[in-house]
Ligand binder design. Structure first.
Ligand code: 13P
Length: 258
């Protein structure tokens, strides 16, 4: 099963968000083999999006969460509030949070811990900056991010941990990683989660993100090592996002008929 996650970031009014949710619902009509689809609008639009997504095959996700269920944390959105508006997933540790808002590995760990204790499924983002890759140190960098986020955590039975590999240099740049680069890193991530947390099969999913569009999505999705995509800019355009969903449906249909 593939995952297609749309991260709308700090974009769209409530009205525009509702229109896009409707567009995505229309675009999956007639698709027999649907991937897990998660839409992550801005916090301002979560409630309205939830009304449209109830009893559909599309889940709602938040762009950040916690680091607690509720409390004195100005500007944050508590896990209980996210559950209240129907969120089932939460993106954590996005590089825009880490770099622009100085979210530390420790804070990402706390957020992950709160999400793991809730009904939400975490989508933990990791990704190396360009200079780290240029120095050939990307594997060590990603493993360190994973290790710090997961330090002391227990992944409850029945919970899926989703990790999104999003190289910083590929985000919003128009230059995605080569599928081979993504696959190599996905292998490293998967092996780590298997050896340290005994996570395998349905309990773990590794997604790729960074300049995915309607044209290149298929070349990532056809690789078994790539469980899905975390899409930014292209998830705001219904045509491109529709093509990405079609690619996922096509790959999953092909896998069924093997
Ligand atoms: P783009 O798809 O716009 O490169 O963004 C990727 C991303 O950051 C998704 O979380």
């Amino acid at each position: 099963m593939k995952y297609i996650v749309g991260n709308w970031k700090m974009n769209l009014s409530v009205r525009e968000s509702v229109a896009l949710v409707r567009g995505v619902l229309r675009s999956i009509q007639g698709c027999e083999q649907l991937p897990h689809i998660v839409l992550c609008p801005s916090a301002t639009a979560l409630s309205e999006a939830h009304k449209l997504l109830t009893r559909t095959h599309i889940a709602l996700g938040a762009q950040n969460a916690g680091p607690d269920r509720a409390g004195a944390m100005t500007g944050e959105i508590g896990i209980a509030q996210l559950e209240d508006v129907g969120c089932k997933y939460a993106i954590l540790g996005h590089s825009e949070r880490r770099l622009k808002f100085a979210e530390s590995d420790e804070l990402v760990r706390e957020r992950l811990s709160a999400v793991l204790a809730s009904d939400l499924t975490p989508i933990l983002c990791v990704g190396e900056p360009a200079e780290v890759r240029a120095a050939g140190k990307e594997e060590a960098y990603i493993l360190k991010q994973l290790k710090l986020a997961l330090a002391g955590q227990k992944i409850p039975k029945g919970k899926t941990l989703i990790v999104a590999y999003e190289p910083v240099w590929a985000i919003g740049s128009g230059s995605p990683a080569a599928p081979a680069q993504a696959m190599a890193m996905h292998h490293v991530i998967r092996e780590y989660l298997k050896s340290e947390f005994k996570l395998s099969g349905e309990r773990v999913a590794v997604l790729y993100g960074g300049s995915v569009d309607g044209k290149n999505a298929y070349q990532f999705l056809r690789e078994p090592e790539i469980d899905g995509l975390l899409v930014g800019g292209a998830s705001l355009k219904i045509e491109a996002f529709g093509q990405i969903l079609d690619s996922a449906c096509e790959v999953m249909q092909a896998q069924l008929s093997v």
